[in-house]
Design a protein around this ligand. Structure first.
Ligand code: EPZ
Length: 422
């Protein structure tokens, strides 16, 4: 196993190119199951979760060639419909193959994804919606066994909670259904929007893209002629690097981004006193002489994203005053708190609310353990400003969603290296 050694404190400078969005690429790769042809995908991020889903699609019979961020994939050769526990347990987003496999083949078995460090992560809303579309769903020996021998039937689905992958699963299932499906209380993250746009480009009529009510006119099991596409930039990766600039009080630019995907995050930087410059595809953060405390409540897009919560908690440890962060989406997404406290941060938890008493220049480097993807990045950020050496262990969590983070940070001047555990 690897660990990252970060020597603080330091300044960064320069610009970093942001990779394609992991959370856009995952549903889009699953959507190739619906395609009647092979296709080329550009700007694919080189992260573990993408390789895991490609491995799953290959296990099902797809073939692909990947060269850096370019992918040629042919899912027309898929001839199996069982996504096994061995692969699903490593990445719960594998649930995204459920909707397309069921829609195309009329039956499939997908291992129930376990929970993960940040919460129980149920998929009940996915299953209930598919049943409303006529699927017969049984849970047997830890597997979801889904059948729709006569295909899926369009209907109106009301999600009790906004679910990103739930919305994506139903968009894909509805694309091949008979008749129209309307999703009410749909997620409208940029990644959901790109999935709709790619499916619409393949000939499916979709209304309400980017709103909470989406209507999809199904093709009645006619496969889609999918066109080549480029994955949108990763707004969470971009926000993480902007946090690296903020926490080291440096001037830093992220390139190849869509600034409007980060509006809620950028306004929080400005609330904290940082100056933000934007142009069409880049964002620059400028230093401030006083980092102010901030209050954050995580919510669905376009509100403040839960995937940026841990990073802003690290940033809040160097602010003046008390910041309050309320994590509304996941019941256990404070695993980074104990590790930050070990570095000397002054954070108290009360249920889903964290109080962070800023302690500028007080963090001390030590050994810390990553517990989930975004918590890992928060520990790296803290290491950049802690006095001394911070070793972040179990960074396989980090590699799931960040494309060569240490290389990109080192290119910005960070003193960070990847070592092998003894
Ligand atoms: C997506 O997860 C993202 N993953 C997560 O990013 C992100 O944190 C999350 O959306 C929220 O924005 C991908 O897109 C691959 P949800 P998802 O279904 O779809 C509850 C990262 O760091 N819920 O929107 O699994 C659920 O427990 C990852 O890249 C049900 O109760 O999240 C949670 O409280 C982490 N029943 C809330 O809804 C269901 O059937 C939102 O979950 C589904 C969800």
């Amino acid at each position: 196993m690897d660990y990252l050694k970060v020597i603080g404190t330091q300044k960064l400078q320069g610009s970093v190119r942001i990779s394609g969005a992991k959370n856009a690429a995952l549903p889009l790769l699953a959507a190739t199951i619906l395609s009647s042809n092979k296709l080329h995908i550009s700007n694919l991020p080189n992260v573990v979760d993408i390789n895991t889903l490609l491995e799953l699609l290959q296990m099902l019979g797809a073939t692909y060639q990947k060269k850096n961020s370019n992918l040629d994939i042919d899912s027309t050769t898929i001839n199996k419909t069982k996504a096994t526990y061995e692969i699903v347990k490593t990445m719960r987003a594998s649930i995204l193959v459920l909707g397309p496999l069921l829609a195309r083949f009329g039956h499939c078995e997908v291992s129930l994804p376990g929970g993960c460090a940040i919460g129980q992560r149920p998929v009940d809303l996915h299953l209930k919606a598919l049943e409303q579309m006529g699927a017969i769903i049984e849970i047997k020996n830890g597997y979801i066994e889904a059948k729709a021998p006569n295909g899926l039937q369009g209907t109106t689905i009301v999600f009790d909670k906004i679910t990103v992958t739930g919305t994506e699963n139903i968009i894909m299932a509805a694309s091949l259904a008979k008749g129209a499906t309307t999703i009410i209380n749909a997620a409208k993250e940029p990644e959901v929007i790109q999935l709709c746009e790619v499916i619409q480009d393949a000939g499916v009529e979709i209304k309400g893209i980017g709103t909470n009510t989406i209507t999809i006119e199904g093709t009645n099991q006619k496969l889609l002629s999918m066109k080549d596409f480029t994955i949108i930039p990763d707004r969470i990766e971009a926000g993480t690097y902007l946090c690296a600039g903020a926490i080291t009080n440096s001037t830093l630019t992220v390139q190849n981004v869509e600034p409007e995907h980060l509006s809620a995050v950028l306004s929080k930087f400005e609330e904290m006193g940082f100056k933000i410059l934007k142009d069409k595809s880049s964002i620059t953060i400028l230093p401030t002489n006083k980092v102010k405390a901030v209050n954050i409540i995580t919510t669905e897009y376009p509100g403040f994203p839960t995937d940026m919560q841990a990073q802003f908690m690290a940033l809040a440890t160097i602010a003046q005053g008390v910041s309050i962060i309320d994590e509304k989406l996941f019941e256990n997404r404070f695993m980074h708190v104990a590790e930050l406290v070990r570095m000397g941060a002054d954070i108290t938890l009360n249920g889903t609310v964290a109080h962070i008493q800023g302690t500028p220049n007080k963090l001390l480097g030590t050994d810390v353990m990553a517990t989930d993807l975004r918590a890992s990045s928060a520990l790296v950020l803290a290491g950049l400003v802690a006095n001394g050496e911070t070793n972040i262990h179990r960074i396989y969590h980090l590699d799931r969603g960040y494309d060569r983070l240490e290389n990109k940070l080192a290119a910005l001047g960070a003193n960070i290296i990847r070592n092998k555990e003894a």
